[in-house]
Design a binder for this molecule. Structure first.
Ligand code: NAD
Ligand code: MG
Length: 391
């Protein structure tokens, strides 16, 4: 029996993960976690016969407990309960909480020396060096789940990383790929979440539309594979069929192709180092006809430039970048700032922090990362308050 836990079980990645888990008789589900959607969390915990279900919110505890009555599944709530659940012995743990809230459970999972399937890219953006060191210290394995990073990981099997000349991650360009700047500034939440190819959670969908998702992924590539920023490229590919390409010193490129279905990347991490059969559609390239590529537009999508500046700064800039982006996204979702203002908020937050000597210090622990995350959230809120005062 292989013991499995899923953090963020009620989300898009979590549901896709459990879809694969439910097809196997040799897996035992240990912990499932979620947020406010306790009805769905309880339903998943019952059907997968989990040992424990944890909601992130203490206020949701009694509703979860009631929904699990008579099921034999334990209920728990709150951030400490999430960390405790991550310490329950498991052979494979999916990290699919959205945002910096995924950091602490991920670190707790690594401490048991297990395999962590990492969808939570924010962990690498905010705390890359500390996370990788923590994994090494405990003999834990981190496997990428982001489709581009799974693609790079697969293209690198059997290759010498020293022979890698460049890594190209693709971006669909999102729903606003062709929109002029004036229209972008007025884009609504409903328009931003209408992703042309991928069905994902609300937050990552907006990040895809703004290219902040690709900005996070640039940093994720740097941190996970240790590739120098100058060797990582972003290529817009509207069909989302080629997920990434790796270029070698002999000029050859290895591309990874697949349908836009996260169950491929999740399943690869689940079966790794073997390959198993997966219930994803098979590509019909003749029917697709053509695959197209274009350069991203830096003027309409400043997020990529900001990510490059963050990599240049190093230290805790990634933690600040992610936190500022989360605050800007919260405000866009709440309707208090416009779509194009998100990049401005992130840039101003980084500016305000640039005189802080703490920004360039290499993170030494999860606590130093979380302290910078907190500070950046305060600065981002200040930047938003100043922006609305000047209006
Ligand atoms: P989602 O919004 O669909 O689900 C998020 C999950 O996290 C839910 O279970 C929710 O209850 C939980 N959650 C939310 N806030 C929480 C908090 N404060 N504390 C604890 N749990 C909380 O998100 P998603 O699209 O599944 O994305 C999850 C992660 O995977 C993100 O880091 C995202 O960037 C990454 N990712 C997603 C996709 C995709 O296709 N959806 C692809 C690549 C990477
Ligand atoms: Mg991705």
């Amino acid at each position: 029996m292989r013991r499995i836990s899923v953090f963020g079980a009620t989300g898009s990645i979590g549901e896709n993960t459990l879809d694969l888990i439910g097809r196997r008789a040799d897996y035992r589900v240990v912990a499932l976690t979620g947020g406010r959607n306790v009805a769905r969390l309880a339903e998943l915990a019952r059907s997968h016969r989990a040992e424990v279900a944890v909601t992130a919110y203490p206020a949701c505890f009694s509703a979860l407990k009631a929904a699990l009555a008579g099921s034999g599944v334990d209920a728990a709530a709150g951030p400490e309960a999430l960390v405790e659940a991550a310490g329950r012995p498991a052979d494979w743990i999916m990290s699919a909480i959205v945002g910096a809230a995924g950091l602490a459970p991920g670190f707790a999972a690594l401490a048991q020396g297990t395999t962590l399937a990492l969808a939570n890219k924010e962990s690498l953006v905010a705390a890359g060096p500390v996370l990788m060191a923590e994994a090494a210290r405990h003999g834990a394995t981190i496997l990428p789940v982001d489709s581009e990073h799974s693609a790079v990981f697969q293209a690198l099997v059997g290759e010498d990383i020293a022979a890698v000349e460049r890594v190209i991650i693709t971006a669909s360009g999102g729903p606003f790929r062709d929109w002029p700047a004036e229209r972008l500034a007025r884009a609504t939440l409903a328009e931003a979440v209408a992703h042309p190819n991928w069905a994902m959670g609300q937050r990552i969908s907006v990040d895809s539309a703004s290219m902040f998702n690709k900005a996070l992924e640039l940093i994720e590539t740097r941190e996970f594979f240790g590739i120098a920023p100058g060797r990582i490229e972003v290529l817009v590919h509207p069909q989302s069929i080629v997920h990434a390409l790796v270029g070698f010193s002999d000029g050859g490129l290895m591309a990874h192709l697949g349908p836009p279905d996260m169950r491929h990347a999740i399943g690869y991490a689940l079966n790794w180092p073997a390959r198993g059969a997966l219930p994803v559609a098979r590509l019909d390239l003749a029917a697709l006809g053509s695959l197209t590529f274009e350069a991203p537009d830096p003027a309409r999508f400043p997020a990529l430039r900001l990510a490059r500046e963050v990599m240049e700064t190093g230290g805790l800039a990634g933690a600040a970048f992610n936190a500022a982006k989360e605050v800007a996204l919260d405000h866009f979702i709440a309707g208090t700032i416009g779509f194009a203002a998100m990049a401005g908020v992130v840039e101003q937050t980084l500016d305000r922090l640039s005189s802080d000597p703490g920004l360039t210090i290499a993170p030494s622990s999860l606590d130093t990362v979380l302290a910078m995350d907190h500070l950046a959230r305060v600065r981002a809120a200040d930047a938003i308050a100043d922006m609305s005062r000047k209006k």
